[in-house]
Design a protein around this ligand. Sequence first.
Ligand code: ADP
Ligand code: MG
Ligand code: MG
Length: 876
Amino acid sequence: MGATFVYDFAQGNKDLSHLLGGKGANLAEMTNLGLPVPPGFTITTEACRAYLADGDLPPGLPGEIDAHLAALESTMERRLGDPADPLLVSVRSGAPFSMPGMMETVLNVGLTDASVAGLAAQAGGDADAHRFAWDSYRRLIQMFGRTVCDVPADAFDEPAHDLDADGLRALVAAYQRIFEEHTGRGFPQDPREQLDLAVRAVFRSWNAERAVLYRRQERIADDLGTAVNIVAMVFGNLGEDSGTGVAFTRDPATGRAGAYGDYLPDAQGEDVVAGIRNTLTLDDLRERDPDSYARLTGIMSILEGHYRDLCDIEFTIERGRLWMLQTRVGKRTAAAAFVIAAQLVDEGVIDLDEALARVSGAQLGRLMFPTFDLAGAPPPMATGTAAAPGAAVGEAVFDPHRAAAAAARARDVILVRRETTPDDLPGMIAARGILTSRGGKTSHAAVVARGMGRTCVCGAEALRVAADHLTVGDQVINEGDVIAIDGSTGAVYAGAVPVRESDVARALVDGGESADPVVVAVRRLLAHADARRRLGVRANADTGPDADRARQLGAEGIGLCRTEHMFLGERRTLVERLVLAVDDDVRASVLAELLPLQRDDFAGILRAMDGLPVTIRLLDPPLHEFLPSLEDLAVRVAVAAERGGRDGHDAELLAAVRRMHEQNPMLGLRGVRLGLVVPGLFAMQVRAVAEAAASLAAAGGHPRPEIMVPLVGAVQELEAVRAEVTDVLRLVAKETGVEVDAAIGTMIEVPRAALTAGDIAGAAEFFSFGTNDLTQMGWGFSRDDVEASFFTKYLDLGIFGVSPFESIDRDGVGRLIRIAVDEGRAARPDLHIGVCGEHGGDPDSIHFFHEVGVDYVSCSPFRVPVARLEAGRAAV
Ligand code: ADP
Ligand code: MG
Ligand code: MG
């Protein structure tokens, strides 16, 4: 017995989406719920994988299709394409993960020159029935030609909406000629051949360029394959009492409760999504056809209750009879995700843990993006539907390929189209925002933009969009002119508009009362995440004001205070003198000048974080980073010599810079190595910390500094520094009479440190993973070089799915981290362990750090809420 490749709708259920695709699994689920789904069956993703591997249908599949088709024919009491009374079907793609509009569907399969008359007879045989039959046939030739036989989409002109039966019959003849011109064969007249060719085409569409691109964007695996659904046709194009629509059980843009949707009378399904005609609302439907409306909203609440989430649906009304053609848990904006999760908790449908699972750090990050500052904005030149939020400013570009090319030249682009199709995908990915003049919240542009987190305004009908410019009234926007679009209000502006902090970000910083439902929902879920999470969240901050803001955003300390910026600006001359110092006395006097400056810096941060730990990293970068560049100095010295003068200081400095020049500075004299080579440098920094802490403590504060040594690879390095640090701390305690307890620890960022963590823990009270350097040295990737030079190639080749600098490489660098955590803790059970690389703010990495037992993550202040949320999600 081979595998079963075909399932009747009655045999499947919603949990089989890997095998039946999302569409097939949910059609089965609705069938079993007793909802009105046209009968049909699903060919599995497994059959697709076999077809793509072998280039032919797997043995056994044709026979199974025969059997299921025969069963469908007997249920419907019609035979596929029967000239007298034809059964028609749709052949629909449906992958395990939703890929809206990326793959193919063919409607009206079974229509031929012979059966078109039978269809007209079925529909009543009058003039309208003939019109309907010929309209359905021309749609088949068009869709079949385009998707099955690669006839270019624009080869077929769209017909006028008011063509009569004769006009449509003539159009069918014209379409058939076009079909033959492009394919070298007549339009297939055997219904079963149509079906088989369509099935193969749907299988192949899995590997269409745009589908591959979409999967890469959305990180969907390439080897899943698509299922194919064969569904008995129902007709929305049978006149004014028929129609088709798309609806959501809640508003997918704002999350507001209550059904939301678009409806088109006398149309077939793809017309709505294509945005070809402007749609009616569900309220309009209620007026036109109250019975269908009532049935529809009843079914929508059944579906919500069943899936316990926002559902989107596709439906068709055939002469007053409602049919369900698709449902799934619907995509939504970030704001809607938070609002809906909180609503469902209030409605008693889910608990807070589940609500937490239904939102993500990436969504919260999006909500914290800046928005337009409307105070200085001109009135909008047009307003469309606010389809996907964000404030995007960029050059208007009217073609997806030109948009991609401009973005590749680092231009900010707004892709402007009448409507988008899947062919626009490269441009949509490259653009900051997408603007269309047609279609609603359910149009292709809106759905794809929401999925990708792009800003989108659609259906701005006042815009007349041409191939390389647009006009609104007498205003013209040419390609390259800057425009701004507001995906939260739908406003479109000519020219740039200043941006400001988002409401969510502002509310989280100032902590004041807010009635904004998004703010309320975000706060509620963040509070629950805080209650649930095991990981602490600290911030990376180098200044008092940054530390303040981090604390307001919920940081529980500073995980990384870099001291290098304290050596910049006017202090550069001090660093120069430090480098040039020939003897210990000169060096000591320079360090003595630096001391009070550093002390003030540390006092500011310790004060902002009073009562919370502040991890201060001793100087890390190579000293020559603070000096003028070799080239500049050489030129200066040469110019001075030319003029007959001689700048003794510059010449001396040049010699020093030459002496210190390194081929690989990131692997050179930096971090702990510098501290061991430049006498007194680390001691001065530690003294500054200790004195700042002592004076704060004397004034009644609770400073909690931690001293962190960078770039340690061997315990001996740490022991040497540790001895010096302890001496300074003891000395300052004696001088000030204030005992300040400062933990001494190290970064783990050199692979050797991770591998000898057991030894290093002997001299360290805490570890903090510097995951940037650990990744850099673990892979041997120079971070400043590789991202531009070959990472795109590596991503294309699938060597990794995401840059290891963005998301922690669990298998390699992650293994080093596991070893260091386990062996460090084995040697010192109370070892405190944190992460201070940029991975500390990355959702995926946070889940990994939770798993391996790290105590806290530290990230930039703005990412702190994201990290809190993800740490909570990792724990539920
Ligand atoms: P997509 O995945 O791009 O949404 P679908 O397979 O859902 O493609 O089909 C495209 C359109 O055709 C949808 O609007 C759908 O509702 C409609 N459709 C599909 N099958 C049928 C059918 N058997 N009868 C009527 N309309 C259909
Ligand atoms: Mg669909
Ligand atoms: Mg480092």
